[in-house]
Write a protein that binds this ligand. Sequence first.
Ligand code: FEO
Length: 169
Amino acid sequence: MAVSTALQEAFNRHINAEFYSSYLYLSMSTYCDSIDLPGFAHWMRIQSQEEYDHAMRLLTYLEDRDGRVTLLPIEQPPIEFDAVEDVMRQTLEHEQHVSHLINQLYAVAAECADFASQVMLQWFVNEQVEEEKTARDVIASLDKVAGRSDALLLLDREMGARTLAPAAA
Ligand code: FEO
């Protein structure tokens, strides 16, 4: 059974939001590189890759459900940030926003009584809990560092060890 027109539109809007997330984190990665934090830059590149994978996961699902994918324009992300603390604060705010969007998409699937989409979107609902927690954890680590360059160097090294999550690989 194909998805309804309303759900197809909602999926297309969310595919765009995930591609924007990928673009935003890539921009944050280049900013971190510009302030000589290669570990944070690497972490943000992985984050960007995961968001691309989220978009592709939704896109493939829509195709599988005989829906029509419409690639919408991707907004320009911010280029400059105040500091790495600002980058992580904006990351948490963005993930909270994406959680809201996922909930809205889930609500449309529920209104359309589309059970397959609700099951599929459950993964994204859980993923958002993780995404918000991860951003909060990094902010807590930065709070502990409190501007000490030696501690920031160690944290940057730790951030540089991130690998692509198996679920998104
Ligand atoms: Fe795919 Fe970070 O939301």
